[in-house]
Design a protein around this ligand. Structure first.
Ligand code: HEM
Length: 437
């Protein structure tokens, strides 16, 4: 079956995200990132600086490297189950987002920073307070708000008041983690993404086997060749660790929360997921990375959930040189917006768009659609670098939770999900978790 030919909208997306990538490589720089080391985060970097870091760290998300963090992730799932078990024993209405936020933070702490939190134990690990500072829970919120409406004024005030988004003690804490990681970065039994980034400039045998050649040019034919010997410096490694925290925490939390809500409110779909799981895993205590890849119905459920509730509502690009797409002249410095959530709910692309229907993602249905109609992770060379990690985290959590619990609506469940108007995060999602015997 042939994929349908592109409409002018899809052709525009393809041009901006891939074909004319050299004109649309960069995002608008947020004022909050204009301080060291936040300005070195992949999300904030531009042009050749971005290309160097992106090229260097891309291989840490290869399959064999993801497998190196499989054990840590399984342990995070075990802690999530313990927390849900404890809560379900005393309460009917469980705050799903709070548990998914703990799980997502545990995953980042252990797979990226090598720290074990155990949120459910009640003792607050030092990492949690510093992570909250990074995520901006307590940090200079008013100034961030001002930046959205009056960026120049906010920038001047930030300089005058000497406001830092990242408190000094938090910066020192994370720098300390990196210095410690450098000492043991070569230990194959003790790997996390920080250590893999420290060594990211070195190829290993498995990279060769997986066909990773870091010297190749990307599909955009625009990424420059990066010398293999160029290691990231401490600030660059730290900045990427923080970028993973910023980009990976609420996205995974929100996606898991919405997927569990959809499964609770569609019992037939939930049972199909559990049936697939039983067939593929039997009674195996541990689910391997390869098995996760074979759960095609679960994959469709996640894809449909990401369509209905895209954690990233829109992405932006700043045009760096005059460019013409479809006869439309886009002057240099123009900001273009790719409205991910609106594309996902367009009735011309998705019949009955508000209905949850995982069958839309069967291989036959996928083949009928242009790939640019579904892009929760963006598209092209600047798309989400953590997509494989995100899907692994989500599948692992869902497999563990659904094999132990039947999830259903409870008295406190609100229909439909209410989302924060600015961030899109689901609010007050309460569900019941009944142990499966
Ligand atoms: C369901 C979970 C996730 C979703 C839906 C998601 C979505 C996105 C989107 C839409 C972008 C922007 C793409 C663009 O501008 O075209 C992005 C960028 C990014 N994401 Fe994710 N993300 C998720 C999880 C993660 C995780 C777990 C990580 C951790 C490694 C991560 C790291 C990043 C980074 C570093 C970027 C910036 C890439 C660059 O500028 O080169 N994301 N993500």
């Amino acid at each position: 079956m042939h994929a349908p030919s592109k409409t002018s909208n899809e052709y525009f997306l393809f041009s901006a995200q891939v074909k004319e990538f050299s004109s649309f490589c960069n995002r608008r720089v947020q004022m909050s990132w204009q301080e060291a080391p936040l300005d070195k985060m992949l999300t904030a970097m531009a042009d050749n600086d971005w290309k160097h870091v992106r090229n260097t760290i891309s291989p840490i998300f290869s399959v064999h490297r993801l497998k190196r963090v499989e054990l840590q992730m399984t342990q995070c799932c075990d802690r999530l189950l313990t927390a849900l078990n404890n809560k379900a024993a005393i309460e009917d209405d469980i705050d799903v987002r709070a548990h998914m936020a703990d799980y997502s933070l545990e995953c980042i702490a252990s797979t990226v920073f090598g720290q074990t939190l155990n949120c459910a134990a009640g003792t607050e690990h030092e990492f949690i307070g510093h992570a909250k500072a990074v995520l901006g829970v307590e940090a200079a919120r008013p100034l961030r708000g001002l930046a959205a409406v009056a960026p120049t004024l906010a920038r001047v005030l930030k300089r005058m008041l000497r406001v830092r988004y990242l408190p000094k003690e938090t910066l020192n804490y994370f720098t300390g983690i990196i210095e410690d990681a450098k000492i043991v970065a070569d230990d194959p039994k003790n790997q996390d993404f920080l250590k893999m980034m420290i060594n990211a400039h070195r190829l290993d045998e498995e990279d060769e086997e997986e066909g990773i050649d870091w010297r190749r040019k990307s599909e955009s034919s625009d990424l420059d060749r990066v010398p293999l010997s160029q290691a990231l410096d401490t600030d660059e490694v730290l900045a990427q660790g923080l970028a993973f925290l910023f980009s990976g925490h609420s996205t995974v939390t929100d996606s898991l929360t919405c997927t569990l809500y959809l499964l609770a409110t569609h019992a037939d779909v939930q049972e199909k997921v559990v049936d697939e799981l039983t067939i593929m895993t039997g009674n195996a205590a541990k689910v391997e990375y390869e098995t996760l890849q074979e759960l095609s119905y679960l994959q469709g459920v996640i894809d449909e959930s990401l369509r209905l509730y895209s954690p990233t509502l829109r992405v932006e690009r700043v045009c760096s040189k005059d460019t013409v797409i479809n006869g439309l002249h886009i002057p240099s410095k123009t900001t273009i917006v790719i409205p991910i959530q609106a594309i996902h709910l367009d009735p011309d692309l998705w019949p009955d768009p508000q209905t949850f229907n995982p069958k839309r993602f069967s291989s036959e249905e996928r083949a009928k659609r242009d790939p640019y109609c579904w892009q929760p992770f963006g598209m092209g060379p600047r798309s989400c670098i953590g997509v494989r990690l995100a899907l692994m985290q989500m599948k692992m959590a869902l497999v563990h939770v659904l094999s132990k619990f039947k999830v259903s609506p409870c008295a406190a469940t609100v229909h439909p999900i209410i989302r924060d108007k600015v961030t899109g995060s689901p609010q007050d999602v309460f569900l019941r978790f009944q142990p499966r015997d």
